[in-house]
Design a protein around this ligand. Structure first.
Ligand code: CO
Length: 231
């Protein structure tokens, strides 16, 4: 048991050593790197991706610290009841004024796979219910494919659904209403070869949103309480 704990500590301490080395290397190549970062961040992109350890956001798109605002959760979902994701979204759009939001899923996503089956996995089953709904909505298409093709296709359909979910939010629609430049993109990453594919489902205006989900600006002004962008 003692050996186990010593080994575990060494494993953790290795990360701190790695950090020292990384910081020193950064300073050597660019002495003002951390001074600049400490003052302000100006990322142009918000990344919404899966928590999967094989999909490290900055690394796979070649961006440095300060260049990508990141939110990750299981199966890169955007849910209208998730204050975490919505808070990240609001800060990114209204304060940082990112120009692009990228939803990046990945093939072989365990969350998507779990949503296709009937096994219980715990709390996460509630989180994945929305993805199961996507599976059910496209069951005819998916069941006509082989198991693996259907799985990959659902990974893509999930990304497309999350792009739609973003476009339905008040944060995004208010930004478009203000005339703010904001595009939402859907990408998918292949863990097996490291390449990202653009699913070509980008949206950039209210006219890309199904009319049923377009918020009516005049209704907001008519309300008796003071309007806020995140109520
Ligand atoms: Co995943």
């Amino acid at each position: 048991m003692k050996c186990f704990w010593v080994k575990a500590m060494c494993g953790i301490e290795k990360l701190l050593e790695n950090n020292q080395l990384w910081a020193e290397t950064k300073c050597q190549s660019d002495p003002d790197f951390f001074k600049r970062l400490a003052n302000q961040q100006h990322p142009e992109y918000l990344w919404i991706g899966c928590s999967d350890s094989r999909v490290p956001a900055n690394d796979i798109v070649g961006l440095e610290p300060g260049e990508l605002f990141v939110h990750r959760n299981i199966a890169n979902a955007v849910q209208s009841t998730d204050f975490n994701c919505l808070s990240v979204l609001q800060y990114a759009v209204e304060v940082l004024k990112v120009k692009h939001i990228i939803v990046c899923g990945h093939y072989g996503c365990g969350g998507v796979q779990a949503s296709m089956g009937n096994d219980e996995h715990g709390l996460v089953d509630n989180w994945l219910r929305q993805i199961k709904n996507i599976y059910v909505a496209h069951r005819a298409e998916l069941d006509a494919l082989s198991e693996n093709q259907g799985f990959n296709r659902l990974c893509e359909l999930n990304v497309m659904a999350q792009v739609d979910n973003l476009a339905k939010t008040k944060v995004v629609q208010h930004a478009w209403e203000r005339g703010q430049e904001l595009q939402i993109h859907g990408w998918i990453y292949a863990v097996g070869n490291g390449q990202i594919q653009n699913l070509n489902v980008s949206v950039s205006s209210i006219y890309d949103v199904d009319p049923a989900y377009r918020l009516n600006p005049t209704s907001r002004q008519a309300r008796p309480t003071v309007a806020s962008t995140n109520e």
